[in-house]
Design a protein around this ligand. Structure first.
Ligand SMILES: [Zn+2]
Length: 91
């Protein structure tokens, strides 16, 4: 189950993984941390709960390099995601 997997990885299914704003089933996007367009896997290990704004709104993540986007949009979350995706952070 996706919510349990997210909790196991330190992600709150009821908050956007990036801006930490509360989200519910009606406005919860499932974001590919490494975008599929950039070779990201369509696999639970690459999925994060996200608000629509962070995923695809103005200034959102879309198909951008995830760490480049984080550094601009949510630098306070860089350390968390570096720990969660160390192999991506090094690339
Ligand atoms: Zn967000």
């Amino acid at each position: 189950m996706r919510a349990a997997e997210w909790r196991d990885r330190g992600l709150d299914p009821d908050r956007c993984a990036y801006c930490l704003r509360p989200i519910g089933p009606g406005d919860r996007d499932v974001d590919h941390f490494v975008p599929v367009a950039r070779g990201g896997a369509d696999d639970p290990s690459n999925l994060c709960p996200s608000c629509p704004d962070c995923n695809r709104g103005p200034g959102g993540k879309f198909d951008r390099d995830p760490f480049e986007w984080l550094a601009e949009a949510h630098p306070d979350r860089l350390d968390f995601f570096r720990a969660l995706f160390p192999e991506v952070a090094r690339a």
